[in-house]
Design a protein around this ligand. Sequence first.
Ligand code: HEM
Length: 367
Amino acid sequence: MTLIKSVIDWIDVRVGIREIAEKELTGYLLPRNINAWYSMGSILLFAFALQVVTGMLLLIYYVPDAEKAFKSVTAIMNDVPYGWLIRMLHAVGSNMMVLVLLLHMISVLFMGSYKKPRELNWVTGFILLSMIQGISLTGYLLPWSQLSFWATTVATNSANAIPVLGPYLVEFLRGSPLVGPPTLGRFFALHVAVIPAGIAAMIAAHLFFLKRTGVSTPPFGQQDTLNQWRGESYTHENHPGGIPFFPDFALEDLRSIAIYMAIFLAVVFFDPYLFFPKDAFIPANAFVTPAHIKPEWYFLANYQTLKIFPNELIGLSLQGAAMTFLALLPFIDRGRERHPLKRPLFMICSVGGLLLWIGLSIWGHLS
Ligand code: HEM
C-alpha cells in the first residue's frame, strides 16, 4: 500500500493527479435525479472500444482480396483459435451498438436534452449516427459472401435514382460499373481507417460539448437547475449538491455495461446467427442473384420506403427530407419545455414517427 501511495505521490508532484481526480471524478457532480438513460452514452463508448479491439484482431487473419476474403473469414471461424468468438463479438457487437445508439437517441429526444444550449451535442451525435451507418454498410461487404455482394449491389444502386449525378456516384462508390474487387478495396479502406478515425474525432467533439455545457438535468422529479434558459452569454450547467461521477455514477455506468454485456453475450453464445441470413454463408457469385436480399434490420425501413414508391427518386427524397429534419431538430423545435408529457405536438410526431419506422421495418422484413 505504501508503495502504491509513494508512486501516486511521485506522479502527483509532477502532474497534479489528485487535483485532476478531484475536479473530474469525485468533484464532478451530476444532477440528483439522474437516471439510467444517461448511461447509454457510456455503453456506446464501451461498445465502440470493443469494436475497435475485435476489429484489430480480425485484421490479423482477414485478407481484403476478392479471391481470398471469403476463405479468410471461413478460416477465422473454423481454424484460428477463438477466431469464431472474435468474429461473433464484432458482427453481433455492431448490431448491439446500433440498438443502444437508437435508445440513446430516443432518450435525449424524449428528455428534450437536444434543446438549447445542446444543439451541437445533437448535431455531432447525428453525424456519429451517419458514420455508424456508413461503417456498417462498408463492413457488410468485407466477408465477400452472396449477402455482402448483393446487399452492396442493391444499396449502391439506389444512388442511381439521383438525377444527372446518380450514375457517376454509383461508379464512384463501386470503383467500377458493377460491384467487384475495386469496391472491396475502397470499402475496406473506409471501414478500417477513414470512418473509424472520423468516428473517434466526432466522439471527442461530442464529449467536448458535453463537458462544456454540463450534463442536462432530467425534466422529471426534483430538479436542481430547473430547465435553464440562458441568455446569449455562455454558462456551464452546474449541479450543486449533485451525485459525484466517481464512485457513484461510474458504478451505475458499470452496472449498465454489465447488463448490456449479459444480453450481448447471451446472443453470441445462444443464438450467434441471429443477425446472419443464410446467404452470409455462400461465397459471392456475380452470376447468381439470390431470391431474397435484405439489408440489416436497421436499414429495412429505408429499403421498404424505396420499394413502396414506383419512382425511386421520391423514396430517396422522402428519406433525405426525414434525415434533414432529424438533423436540424434542435433548430426547429425551440420551445423551452423539456418534459415529454407537456409537449403534445412533439409526442404525437415522435411516437408517430417511431411507429412508422417500426411498421416499415416489419413490412420490409416480411415482404
Ligand atoms: C458513437 C455514438 C455516440 C457516443 C459514443 C455518445 C456518447 C455520449 C455520452 C458519453 C454522453 C453523456 C452521457 C449521456 O447522456 O448518455 C452523450 C450525451 C448526449 N448525446 Fe451522445 N453519443 C453517441 C451518439 C449520439 C447520437 C446519435 C445522438 C443524437 C443524434 C446523441 C446526442 C446526445 C445528446 C443531445 C447528449 C447530451 C445529453 C445531456 O446532456 O443530457 N449522441 N453522448
